[in-house]
Design a protein around this ligand. Structure first.
Ligand code: CP
Length: 314
């Protein structure tokens, strides 16, 4: 079964093919709608809150000419009365050709996959991964740098090669930061983690990067490295995973991006935040050339159109 479960599922060649397909989807979007997925039905099951992931997947399916059924409020599904993820997957597979799901725990997704009889896309599984967010953020970097360096970055291959990525915030619990660290390493990049000691990436990420011989290191202050960065990926501190909520707030307070924070940054720095921005980036930053997080939101539709087509072999 052709599921999309992790940020490391695709190699650099496959990612680039997805980016090229997303670019084609941008052309289709100029026309409004296509018939590529006519007759196909996607179910969206979100067992954690979401605005962007669920709505952009649903918009992408509609733009492809397909249709959607949704269970956006899990409290009103039978899981609330004791149903399990395995059986829910088996049942929904009888209704839809493709399922996009968000779970609060990675284990829940694993159980779901055991029962699934149609392709499943992971829309975020606890602290583990959020592959489609990672792919759309990488697409944003690819698109921006391709426009910036039409002849390639000197001495390297594609638009992502040669970039230095800053990954800042809750590198331990943020599925977006973890996913970006792993997926970006498909390309010839350097990674700098910007996090307090208690939120450094877990050893699984370090082991992964070591195995791939990726150049990376950690700092605790953005000021030390901001001038060297080509990409800065931030995400809120995942306070829902903290027992000490006050400490989570204190940490987040140290990592708020203000205009002042980027005064030494390259003008072509690409600043990404999957949103919601809960003390990650102040609104005053939105007017800076580096602010690309709403561009990424716009890019989410063509990227998710491309991913739906890949999963359905369209
Ligand atoms: N970026 C993101 O995952 O947002 P939502 O939680 O609103 O889906």
């Amino acid at each position: 079964m052709n599921h999309l479960l992790t940020s490391i599922q695709f190699n650099s060649i496959e990612l680039t093919q997805i980016f090229e397909r997303a670019k084609e989807m941008e052309e289709i979007l100029k026309e409004g709608k296509a018939n590529i997925a006519k007759g196909k039905l996607m179910a969206t099951l979100f067992f954690e809150p979401s605005t962007r992931t669920r709505l952009s997947f649903e918009a992408a399916m509609f733009r492809l000419g397909g249709e959607v059924i949704t269970a956006a409020d899990w409290q009103n599904t039978s899981l609330k009365k004791g149903d399990n993820f395995h059986d829910t997957a088996k049942v929904v597979s009888k209704y839809a050709d493709l399922i996009t799901i968000r779970t609060a725990q990675a284990d829940d997704l694993e159980q779901f996959i055991e029962g699934a009889e149609v392709p499943v896309i992971n829309g975020g599984d606890g602290t583990n991964d959020h592959p489609t967010q990672t792919i759309l953020d990488l697409y944003t970097v690819w698109k921006e740098r391709r426009a910036l360096y039409p002849n390639g970055v000197s001495g390297s291959g594609g638009p992502l090669d040669g970039a230095t990525f800053g990954i800042m915030g809750d590198c331990k619990n943020s599925r977006v930061l973890r996913g970006m660290a792993k997926a970006a390493s498909e390309f010839d990049v350097k990674i700098i983690f910007i996090a307090p000691t208690e939120l450094k990436p877990n050893s699984d990420i370090e082991d992964f990067l070591d195995k791939r011989e990726v150049e990376y290191h950690g700092v605790s202050d953005l000021n030390e490295v901001v001038a060297n960065l080509d990409v800065l990926q931030v995400n809120r501190v995942r306070h829902e995973y903290f027992e000490d909520k006050k400490r989570a707030e204190e940490i987040q307070g140290q990592f708020i991006i203000k205009k002042e924070s980027l005064k030494n940054a390259k003008e072509e720095l690409i600043l990404l935040d999957p949103l919601p921005r809960i003390n990650t980036v102040l609104r005053e930053v939105d007017e800076l050339p580096q602010a690309k997080y709403f561009d990424a939101v716009e890019n989410s539709i063509p990227v998710r159109m491309a991913l739906i087509c890949k999963m359905l072999d369209l």
